[in-house]
Write a new protein. Structure first.
Length: 273
């Protein structure tokens, strides 16, 4: 292996190992959820509350592990860009400008900092970096680049990296996949029951956490009793730009795509371009 490429490969290999360990987390976390029922003031309805989530504190470790994994992949790509620049001039003339650009739009890709970076590489290498950009999706089937730019794994990696560096560590959330509940409410009179049809109910779809009110049933008169069952299916999720992505799918996709992108540049280090 070319010595310039070795640091990149070492990080990608380590990231692959880290991905395997991350994918074990959902199997051992224990996503069981314990809930309780609480009457509202003046008995005018009730709410279902998450009382406990076993191993909830383990999510802190999952967040840190995910942050380290994201940093490893992002830095591997930056190392790749630096290695490409060294092929043209070693050491590069402007090392501080070298990074692996990732942009969703072509307009953003024309930024001066990116131009200064790509100018330090051979034209073929700069063109290849341009080809793998998220805004190019659909144009280069050799890397499976179909779909929308916003779905591009490189863009997801970039967003997670920015969140980790500039805001807070990437957060693993317990996202609700499915919620089932059935309940029977007994009123003190038939008139009271008739006055509360249809029921005034709010169901939360927020990430699960102890103390979360998952459902609230409100009435305009007191209730005598409330009985029923509640079940929720939870899944480990990753927060990206205010949305949720499945944890396992995201972890697996990021390392697969980072390796796929890196493979596009290996010929440059073998004199095959």
């Amino acid at each position: 292996m070319h010595p310039f490429l070795l640091p990149v490969q070492l990080k990608l290999d380590r990231a692959t190992l880290r991905a395997n360990s991350l994918l074990e987390i959902p199997k051992t976390l224990g996503l069981g959820v314990v809930g309780r029922t609480e009457l509202l003031a003046e008995r005018k309805g009730f709410r279902l509350i998450v009382d406990d989530i076993p191993h909830f504190k383990s999510l802190d470790d999952a967040c840190l592990d995910l942050s380290e994994y994201v940093h490893m992949l992002r830095s591997a790509l930056d190392n790749l860009a630096f290695a490409l620049a060294r092929l043209k001039l070693d050491p590069p003339a402007m090392p501080g400008a070298i990074h692996f650009p990732i942009q969703e739009t072509e307009a953003a890709f024309s930024d001066k900092r990116i131009t200064n970076c790509l100018s330090q590489m051979e034209p073929q290498a700069a063109e290849k970096i341009t080809q793998v950009q998220p805004f190019q999706r659909g144009k280069h089937p050799e890397i499976g680049a179909d779909g929308k730019p916003s779905d591009d794994p490189l863009l997801v990696l970039q967003k997670l990296s920015n969140i980790d560096k500039h805001r807070v560590p990437a957060v693993a959330l317990l996202g609700q996949v499915k919620q089932d509940h059935s309940h029977t409410v007994e009123f003190y009179s038939e008139d009271d029951a008739s006055a509360n049809v249809p029921p005034d109910t709010t169901v939360a779809v927020d990430p699960l956490r102890p103390g979360l009110v998952v459902m609230e049933y409100r009435t305009n008169c007191p209730i005598k009793s409330a009985t029923g069952q509640w079940a929720v299916e939870a899944r480990l999720m990753v927060s990206v730009d205010g949305g949720w992505l499945p944890f396992e799918q995201t972890v697996g996709q990021l390392v697969w795509y980072a390796n796929l992108v890196a493979d596009q540049f290996r010929p440059f280090f073998k004199g095959e371009v």
